[in-house]
Ligand binder design. Structure first.
Ligand SMILES: NC(=O)c1ccc[n+]([C@@H]2O[C@H](COP(=O)([O-])OP(=O)(O)OC[C@H]3O[C@@H](n4cnc5c(N)ncnc54)[C@H](OP(=O)(O)O)[C@@H]3O)[C@@H](O)[C@H]2O)c1
Length: 344
C-alpha cells in the first residue's frame, strides 16, 4: 500500500483522486497497485491528515463544498498541519506536489520537493517550476537518497511523452525532438485560421477558460520553454538552462500571416525544438511555418504532440491531451505505477 500526501488539491489533485476511486479495482487486479491518500494540504481550504488514510469520497465531497472543515471528524484526524508538517512529519511514502507553477522562483514547490526528499519520501509532481529550474539538484538529491522523482505530468499533461522516450524508445539514440507543448497558443493559432486576429481569438480563449487572465506565460512562450528544458534534460541528457534558449511568442502573428501560410501549404505553429550537436544541443521555442506534411502541422486546438527523432526507427510522434485535471492526474498515476513497479 503506497501512502500518498497531496500538496495542492485543485484540478489535478482531484483528477488523481477520481482515478484512484474509479480505477481502484483494475489497478489492484492488473498491477497489484494499492494506494491510500493520508494527507491533503491547500492554501485556503485547510488540510487533513490521518495516518491510516482518508475517505476519498468524503474528501472530494468536502472539497466541492469549498473547505476541508466539511470532512467528517474521525479519531486520529489532524486538521491543522501545514504543508511542511505533512511533508516532514507524516507517514507518507510519496509527496505529490500539485501547487501552482512559478517558473521564475520555483516556489513554494521547490521547497516542498527538497523537504520531501530530505525526509526520505518519494516525489511525484505536475509542477514545471522545480523541475525546469533545479533539474540537476533535485535529481541528484533523489538519487543520493535512493528516492523516485516522477514528473511526467509536467509536459503534455496526460500524454505519456517522456515515458514513451525513456521506456518505449530505450536503446535508440534520440538526436532531437520538435513539439507543440502549449495548448493555449495552439488553440489561438487554430482559431486564427478562421481569419480572426490574435486579440479577438485571445479574448475568446479567455472566455472559454483556455487562456489565463494574464496570458503572458503561454503566448510569449515561457510555458513551452520550461517544458522544452525539462525534456532536453530528461531525454537528451544534456544540461540546459532556461536562459540558454532562444524564445519568441506568437503575439506578432496576424490573421493574414496564418491564412497566407495555409494557402501556400504551411501552418504556423509554436514549436519547441531541440537538436543534438556533439555533447550539446541547440534549442528554441519559436513560431515556425511547418509544411502541412509535417505531423505537427495537423495537431489542432488544445491538442499537443512531440516528434522524437531516433536513429533506429526514425521519427516517432505522440499526439494527445496537453492538459486537464483527469488527464494530468493520469500522468501522476502513471508515475506512481512506475514507482510501484520499480522500473526506474
Ligand atoms: N490543470 C492542468 O491541466 C495541468 C496540466 C499540467 C500541469 N499542471 C500543473 O499541476 C499543478 C496543479 O495544477 P491544478 O490545475 O491542479 O492547479 P489548481 O487547480 O490551481 O490547484 C492548485 C492547488 O494548490 C494549492 N496551493 C497553492 N499554493 C499552495 C501552498 N503554498 N501550499 C499548499 N497548497 C497550495 C491550492 O490551494 P487552494 O485550493 O486553497 O487554492 C490548490 O488546491 C500546477 O503546478 C500546474 O501548473 C496542471
Amino acid at each position: 500500500m503506497l501512502r500518498l500526501a497531496l500538496i495542492g488539491f485543485g484540478n489535478v489533485g482531484q483528477g488523481l483522486v477520481n482515478l484512484l476511486i474509479s480505477r481502484a479495482g483494475l489497478l489492484k487486479q492488473q498491477y497489484g497497485f494499492d494506494a491510500s491518500v493520508i494527507a491533503v494540504a491547500t492554501l485556503r481550504r485547510g488540510s487533513l491528515y490521518h495516518a491510516d488514510g482518508l475517505d476519498l469520497d468524503a474528501l472530494l465531497k468536502a472539497s466541492q463544498l469549498g473547505a476541508f472543515r466539511h470532512y467528517p471528524h474521525t479519531a486520529g484526524l489532524t486538521r491543522d498541519w501545514s504543508p511542511q508538517d505533512i511533508i516532514t512529519r507524516s507517514n507518507a511514502d510519496v509527496v505529490i506536489e500539485l501547487t501552482y507553477t512559478d517558473v521564475t522562483t520555483g516556489q513554494p514547490a521547490t521547497d516542498h520537493v527538497r523537504a520531501a526528499f530530505e525526509s526520505g519520501k518519494h516525489v511525484v509532481t505536475a509542477n514545471k517550476g522545480p523541475v525546469a529550474l533545479h533539474f540537476h539538484e533535485l535529481n541528484a538529491l533523489a538519487a543520493r537518497k535512493g528516492l523516485f522523482f516522477g514528473y511526467e505530468a509536467t509536459v503534455m499533461g496526460g500524454t505519456p511523452n517522456m515515458r514513451l522516450a525513456r521506456l518505449g524508445l530505450a536503446g535508440c539514440v534520440i538526436s532531437g525532438f520538435s513539439g507543440i507543448v502549449n495548448s493555449t497558443t495552439n488553440y489561438i493559432l487554430t482559431e486564427m485560421e478562421r481569419g480572426h486576429d490574435y486579440e479577438i481569438v485571445l479574448a475568446q480563449a479567455q472566455a472559454l477558460g483556455f487562456a489565463e487572465a494574464d496570458p503572458t506565460g503561454d503566448v510569449e512562450g515561457y510555458d513551452a520553454l520550461a517544458k522544452l528544458v525539462i525534456v532536453v534534460n530528461t531525454i537528451m541528457g544534456v544540461p540546459l538552462r532556461l536562459d540558454a534558449v532562444e524564445r519568441q511568442g506568437i503575439t506578432h502573428l496576424t490573421a493574414a500571416d496564418v491564412t497566407d501560410a495555409l494557402r501556400d501549404g504551411y501552418r504556423w505553429k509554436l514549436v519547441a525544438r531541440a537538436q543534438r550537436h556533439g555533447d550539446g544541443v541547440t534549442a528554441s521555442v519559436c513560431p515556425e511555418r511547418l509544411p502541412l506534411s509535417d505531423p505537427l502541422a495537423s495537431v489542432m486546438g488544445v491538442t499537443n504532440a512531440i516528434t522524437y527523432e531516433t536513429d533506429i526507427i526514425g521519427p516517432t510522434t505522440i499526439v494527445g491531451a496537453g492538459a486537464g485535471g483527469i488527464p494530468t492526474g493520469f500522468a501522476v498515476l502513471g508515475d506512481l505505477l512506475e514507482l510501484h513497479r520499480g522500473t526506474r
